[in-house]
Design a protein. Structure first.
Length: 681
């Protein structure tokens, strides 16, 4: 919806609702946000919590919102992030008490951890770990030499001007495809290269400053560094012409637009200048799986830009990508430059300690190794059994909702129930662990370095993925998440919900807590993930994880009408005076939220003496978060999840038990007329 029209609509709604006594307008213009203040926004929290009946999220989370602080070096604090801090402390406690590693995974984690936090060794090495690579790229003098570098058999830190991935085929979930995608534009959106916005100018200035400093530190002169940045921007501007706007992709057309199958010979014909077919062959991606090109027009634009005249800019992209991948693992100077960039981009304050950076390194780069160590030490089978029981209860509840859905015909209903019954349940950890036996890292004492270890892990992972080419998908392997991760996922390709061990704690799950609090926390998360199987994206996949239409035309139209109503309502909410929630961007998450809460409420209604106040309070706690405005605007414009306070307030508005529990009436800010309440499933 057009932002101006949205603003006018909100103004009309507020005027009419205020006249009718339906909404309590905030008594001061000091606080940002309508109809509720944006209580995700740091510095936007009043001293007075107000009434639960007017702004449930603010009142329920007021103490946390007033007293919590964004950690140094972070851009956001959330309920998820707080539990992540606990997981970090638990894992670091394990490491500090290991004298001799008992497993290869422990040895890998310890080696990477120690090499990253060893700043003395990193400072002694400076930029040496990547200087040979930078020098090789810098010394390329012709386009033919560049093509030879791109098509050699060696592993290079930078992507070869395109991102190559091995992933599950969305149209054949038992097979893998090789995805061919553009390297991200440094300014994010293609339109910035035609008409720089103020935010685009700031981002470009930040990028130029960062790479200029890194290049000078690597031995470039100031003028050489500036010229390289200008050359990169010129080439990116040409390539950007062929990029797709994010707004071109919707939840319904996205897969069709990005799924463009090709043979190797077709790619050779479509890419006559840029040696894509040769790269795929020499790098080992030509062993039988289907190639899928996400943006054909981008490949055309890249070929047009792949000229002798653009040689320095093409080299510059590779150099910048190399620096971007390694700067935070080099010496203190590089780390300071990296931190300065992050602080400027996201509006954060402070930096992480060497220990925190080292934890982030092994937790992300050696995720499955870390997960195995964490699960062995902390996760119990009792918890796994408890969560599986709750999952099955939610599954049965959703099945009953599908049966009762009055706008669904028997044909589509039968297919939906069949899909629901087939959803695989993954709790705690995967059935198949990553095999790290061929990966060896070197400590600083052994002559290794943090950056070299990061590069070795990246090469290992690339080779591990390439080994999947031409094989059948391993169903017990996790690719969506790590066991220690504080999150949960639905995977349409595997038709599975994934509840990692990491999220089973904090405000989400207390094994000794009441069932009401558990249901409002992890129960809601489980219901949310189940509903993703029937959101605008998940509903395009069948029970086997293949993208296939199992709907009748009439049912799909009815579904679109319901989701359009949801999107329209969310677009009436203004976190900032000039910007609303994007109803289309967030529709998958908002539908899943509605379904998750509906399922858990159905369960609550079957329990005598159920504590609804505890349930709703627990529900509000899982969505609490806080960030500076700069980060908040980035999240609002790019994140598929709506703001946390919106997730609380909009969802509880739809449930009659909320009104009954807290005596919410038409005079209160949380009130929504029954005929306007949202339901999809």
């Amino acid at each position: 919806m057009n932002k101006l029209l949205t603003g006018l609509l909100v103004l009309c709604i507020l005027i009419l609702a205020t006249a009718a006594g339906c909404i309590t307008v905030p008594p001061t213009q000091e606080y940002i946000g309508t109809p509720w203040i944006n209580s995700d926004l740091a510095g936007n929290i009043p001293n007075d919590p107000g009434r639960l009946q007017d702004d449930f999220h603010l009142a329920s989370n007021h103490q946390w919102l007033r007293t919590s602080e964004i950690p140094s070096g972070e851009a956001i604090i959330t309920a998820f992030a707080e539990l992540e801090e606990q997981r970090q402390a638990e894992i670091l406690h394990l490491l500090t008490n290991i004298t001799t590693p008992k497993t290869h995974e422990e040895d890998l984690i310890l080696t990477l951890y120690n090499s990253v936090k060893d700043m003395d060794a990193r400072n002694a090495q400076g930029m040496q770990p990547i200087l040979p690579e930078l020098t090789r790229i810098k010394n390329i003098s012709t386009l033919d030499e560049l093509s030879a570098w791109l098509t050699d058999s060696e592993y290079h830190i930078a992507n070869p001007l395109a991102i190559l991935t091995v992933t599950v085929d969305p149209k054949n979930s038992s097979a893998y495809i090789i995805g061919i995608d553009p390297v991200a534009l440094s300014l994010g959106r293609k339109d910035e290269y035609k008409n720089l916005t103020e935010s685009g100018k700031q981002l470009k200035q930040n990028n130029d400053h960062t790479y200029e400093q890194l290049l000078v530190h690597a031995g470039y002169s100031q003028s050489e560094a500036q010229a390289l940045n200008e050359a990169v921007f010129a080439v990116e501007s040409q390539i950007a012409d062929g990029r797709r706007n994010a707004s071109d992709l919707t939840v319904e057309n996205r897969i069709d637009l990005i799924y463009n199958p090709r043979t190797l010979e077709q790619l050779r014909a479509e890419s006559p200048s840029y040696p894509l077919a040769e790269i795929l062959t020499t790098k080992g991606y030509d062993k039988g799986s289907l190639f899928v090109l996400s943006e054909p027009q981008w490949l055309t634009a890249l070929n047009a830009a792949y000229t002798e005249e653009n040689l320095e800019g093409l080299k510059g992209i590779l150099i910048q990508n190399t620096l971007k991948e390694t700067a935070q693992y080099l010496d203190q100077k590089c780390l300071d430059i990296y931190n300065e960039r992050i602080i400027a981009k996201y509006g954060i304050s402070g930096t992480k300690t060497p220990e925190q950076m080292a934890y982030d390194a092994f937790n992300t780069k050696l995720g499955m190794a870390t997960g195995r160590v964490y699960v062995d030490a902390y996760f119990t089978e009792e918890t796994r059994t408890d969560i599986i029981e709750m999952i099955e209860r939610v599954r049965e509840t959703l099945k009953q909702r599908l049966i009762r859905t009055d706008w669904l015909t028997n044909e589509s209903r039968g297919a939906a129930i069949e899909k629901l019954d087939a959803i695989a349940i993954r709790v705690g950890y995967p059935d198949v662990w990553t095999d790290y036996s061929t990966l060896e890292l070197l400590s600083s004492a052994e002559g290794g370095s943090a950056a070299e270890n990061i590069i070795k892990i990246a090469e290992f992972e690339a080779n591990r993925q390439k080994q999947k080419i031409g094989t059948t998908v391993v169903k017990g392997e996790w690719s969506e998440c790590m066991p220690q991760e504080v999150n949960a996922f639905y995977s349409p390709e595997s038709n599975s919900i994934n509840i990692p061990a990491g999220i089973l704690g904090g405000v989400f799950y207390d094994p000794k807590g009441s069932y009401a609090s558990q249901l409002g926390g992890i129960g809601m998360i489980i219901g949310h993930e189940f509903t993703h199987a029937f959101d605008p994206t998940g509903s395009q996949y069948d029970k086997d994880g293949n993208r296939r239409n199992w709907w009748t035309d009439a049912d799909r139209d009815a579904f679109r009408n319901h989701t359009a109503t949801v999107a329209a309502y969310y677009e009436t909410i203004m976190p900032y005076p000039d910007e609303s929630v994007d109803g289309e961007l967030t529709i998958g998450e908002t539908v899943a939220d509605l379904g998750g809460l509906a399922c858990t409420m159905d369960i609550a209604r079957t329990i005598d003496g159920f504590d609804y106040e505890e349930f709703f309070t627990s529900f509000s706690h899982i969505w609490r978060r806080m960030y500076p405005e700069q980060m908040g605007r980035i999240i609002l414009e790019t994140d598929e999840h709506p703001p946390g306070y919106v997730r609380t307030n909009v969802n509880v508005q739809q449930v009659q038990e909320f009104y009954d529990t807290f005596n919410v009436t038409s005079e209160d800010g949380m009130y929504l007329d029954p005929e306007d309440r949202l339901v999809v499933w």
